[in-house]
Every structure is written in C-alpha cells, then in structure tokens.
Design a protein. Structure first.
Length: 273
C-alpha cells in the first residue's frame, strides 16, 4: 500500500461517508486536506466498530487493536498508512487518537449520562479529541478552543440523532435534564414532540450555540485557508441546528438534509468574510 494510494482511499471515504466534512476540507491545501481526511477515517473506523453489529467482546477487541496500531508501522491498511504519514508531517498528538478509542469503548459500557458534566467528558473523547488532532494540522496550538468547538459539534449531533441513538439503546441527553423538563424516555421511543420536549431541546440548542460561539475563537489563531475550513464546518452545523429549530425540534423523522447548493453557499459565505 503506497502512501498516495492510502490517501486516495481515505479521501474517497470522506467524500462518501462525511459529505459535510468533505465540504470543509476541500478548501485546504493538499497536504493538510489529506491529513484531515486520515484523521476522519480513523474516527470513522472507531464509530463503525462501536455502532456495528459485532458482539460486545469483539467490538472491544477491535477497538483495542485499533489503539495498539498507533504504535506500529502499518503496511497494508490504507487508513493506518495514511494516518501514519500524516503524523510524520504534522504534530498530531497520539493522545487525541487514543481518546477517540476511549470514547468508542465508553459507548460499549455506558448508554445513559446522569448529568451534563458526565456527557461533557464523553464529548471531549469522541469529538473534542478530533478538534485537538485537527488543530495540529491547521498549525495552531489553541487546543482549548479546538476541543470546545469539537464538543459544540457533538452537542448538535446529539440533538440531530436522538432517534438513531435510541435505536442503538443510547440516550445522550442528560438524565437530570430529561427529568427536570418532564420528558420521559417513552417520549423518545414514541417520537413525541410535546411542549416539554420543545422546552428541553430549546435549552440544548442554547447550550450548543454557546459552545459553538466559544469554540470559534479558534479562528483568530488560524491561517486563512484553515480558518475557512473551520468556519465552513461551523456554518454547516449551525445551519443544521437552525433547521432543527425551524422544525420545532421534531427530529424523529430523520436528520435535516442540507443540499449541495446550501453547502456551497456556506463555503462561499466563508470566502467573502
């Protein structure tokens, strides 16, 4: 497996599996674009294992193997070959990649979160860690805002994917907040959008937007093309959040769809800034 072939594969995967992500990285120079695609492919592999159909023991074995692979020189797996080359070119902290595996393992063990403090710790692993890995490629040392931005995007994902997560027997909205707003889990199972549900989700949206605004302080430390990449990610997620709000928080029929034209418009808005 040559390095160029490996990068071609992770970029193909990104275009196929993460179309929003692909619109963000398209504005980066070649080396950075390829490195970010390799990071995405690693995170995607973790998610696919954790969310897949294998028995729990096998999932754990595969995830631990994926973590161990960070310590050896790969030769055949395209994702690992591309990631190893990216790590040789950019100071991607291995701890951030290990944290992604920790998040996948946590999904095997924990399906409910008592409070936002608990949920925040999980989000730092599965999404904040992606921000920390990517910011090393962008060329900034603003790890704090990179992690915060990753958490913001994960909070929007949680709102968007309530139905999908329920089908995986997971509820990420904190249990104390469900109780405080009077939303039983049966409402999630039935797809019921009550006044209590809308009030709960309004609160979730306000928090996600606050994290997004804080995380975007990262832009001040980035070069123009990296800043455009990050602002495109943020714009796509902000638009998704606005669509969720416009639908009165009825997320049970599937996630809102952003057309290719909408995505290109968001990229264009970033170019005009």
């Amino acid at each position: 497996m040559t390095v160029d072939a490996a990068y071609s594969e992770v970029q193909r995967l990104t275009r196929k599996r993460a179309r929003n992500f692909a619109y963000g990285i398209m504005v980066l120079p070649r080396e950075k674009r390829r490195a970010i695609a390799a990071i995405y492919a690693y995170a995607r592999r973790v998610d696919d294992i954790a969310d897949g159909d294998l028995p729990g023991h096998d999932k754990r074995t595969h995830l631990e193997s994926l973590r161990s692979a960070l310590n050896v020189e790969p030769t055949e797996d395209a994702m690992l070959v591309a990631l190893a080359d990216a790590r040789s070119r950019f100071p991607i902290p291995v701890e951030s990649l290990r944290a992604l595996v920790d998040g996948g393992l946590q999904d095997l063990e924990q399906q409910r979160y008592a409070s936002f403090d608990e949920l925040h710790g999980y989000c730092c692993k599965v999404a904040g860690a992606v921000g920390v890995a990517c910011v090393a490629v962008y060329g900034s040392d603003d790890v704090e805002h990179a992690e915060t931005l990753g958490v913001a995007l994960q909070l929007i994902n949680i709102m968007r994917d309530v139905r999908e997560d329920w089908e995986l027997e997971r509820v990420y909205i904190p249990q104390d907040e469900l109780a405080s707003y009077g939303v039983p889990e049966e409402d999630l199972a039935d797809g019921r959008t009550s006044d209590a549900w809308r009030a709960l989700m309004t609160f979730q949206a306000q928090r996600a937007r606050a994290y997004l605004q804080d995380g975007l302080e990262l832009l001040g430390s980035l070069d123009s093309r990296s800043a455009l990449c990050v602002s495109t990610f943020a714009g796509l997620y902000r638009t998704t959040l606005e669509r969720i709000e416009a639908a009165d928080f009825d997320v049970f029929g599937g996630p809102p769809h952003l057309s290719a034209l909408t995505k290109l418009r968001i990229v264009g808005e970033g170019l005009r800034r």
